[in-house]
Design a protein around this ligand. Structure first.
Ligand SMILES: [Zn+2]
Ligand SMILES: [Zn+2]
Length: 266
């Protein structure tokens, strides 16, 4: 892709769950139980005169309800790296779980990109089942339906280029219409897996996270993640605190707040 400049990718950390355990993080549990905390991120892709946000996170009220440690507003986190949320025009929603699609008033100018399947899933018959409904919040879903009626949602079905060097790919598995984002960076094709793999361990060990729609699609998704990336190390999991260790801060002083995922890992 010669005429295209590589994009930067930043992971902005906004919340934490210290109480999570290994037993909870793998389908079927883990014989060696122990703490295995989760971090919560929104991601920013910047370059070629555009900035695209991937997922919008939850707010303090949702943090209290779900017993997560809220660290900072995703909007404040983005401002730390020089991004004004009110000017953002494109947001990719990986899936509609509560920790990926809240804060819907933070981006007044944004158009939201999501998969047909995800909207059908979170408004359809599967939401009659408590187990499948658990990670969704009705107000998040209603807010997205309102955006559809405002003409602010672009639907995709499968693989789609969003801008040169940035594309979405439907994997399903964890949520029925989950999409991942492939980005051209200085180390080649890099993939934001979001919840297609919460931790490095899920995809590396082929052991799904316990919350899912389809085991088969989750496992096939791991294969697809590695296919889409130029290198296995270029697949970035959605909730793994390890990314903060492996990647440098976006700028001095932002350690633990924002890291550069397009940099070479340590
Ligand atoms: Zn999820
Ligand atoms: Zn998640």
């Amino acid at each position: 892709m010669p005429e295209l400049q590589p994009y930067e990718i930043h992971a902005v950390r906004y919340a934490h769950n210290a109480a999570a355990t290994r037993n909870e993080n793998f389908l079927g549990g883990d014989p060696h139980d122990g703490p295995m905390p989760l971090d919560y991120f929104v991601w920013a892709i910047r370059g070629n005169a555009r900035t695209i946000i991937v997922d919008t996170g939850f707010d303090p009220e949702m943090g209290r309800k779900r017993k997560r440690q809220f660290l900072r507003s995703p909007g404040e986190g983005l401002k730390c790296i020089g991004i004004d949320p009110s000017g953002i025009e494109d947001i990719i929603v990986s899936h509609m779980h509560y920790d990926h699609c809240g804060n819907y008033d933070l981006f007044p100018r944004a158009r939201y990109h999501m998969q047909d399947t995800e909207m059908a899933y979170c408004t359809g018959r599967c939401m009659c089942h408590t187990t499948l409904r658990l990670p969704f919040e009705v107000e998040d879903v209603v807010a997205m339906v309102r955006k559809v009626f405002e003409g602010r949602v672009t639907f995709h079905d499968g693989d789609q280029e969003i801008a040169p060097g940035i594309s979405v790919h439907k994997l399903g598995g964890h949520s029925k219409g989950l999409q991942v984002v492939r980005v051209w960076t200085r180390r080649g094709w890099t993939v934001l897996a979001s919840d297609a793999s919460h931790f490095y361990a899920n995809m590396e060990q082929r052991r799904p996270f316990h919350l899912l729609h389809s085991v088969e699609d989750t496992l096939e998704g791991y294969r697809r993640l590695y296919e889409l990336a130029s290198d296995r190390a270029n697949v970035l999991p959605g909730h793994d605190p390890l990314v903060l260790d492996r990647y440098p801060a976006s700028a001095p002083g932002l350690e633990g707040i924002s890291v550069r995922l397009d940099a070479d890992p340590r």
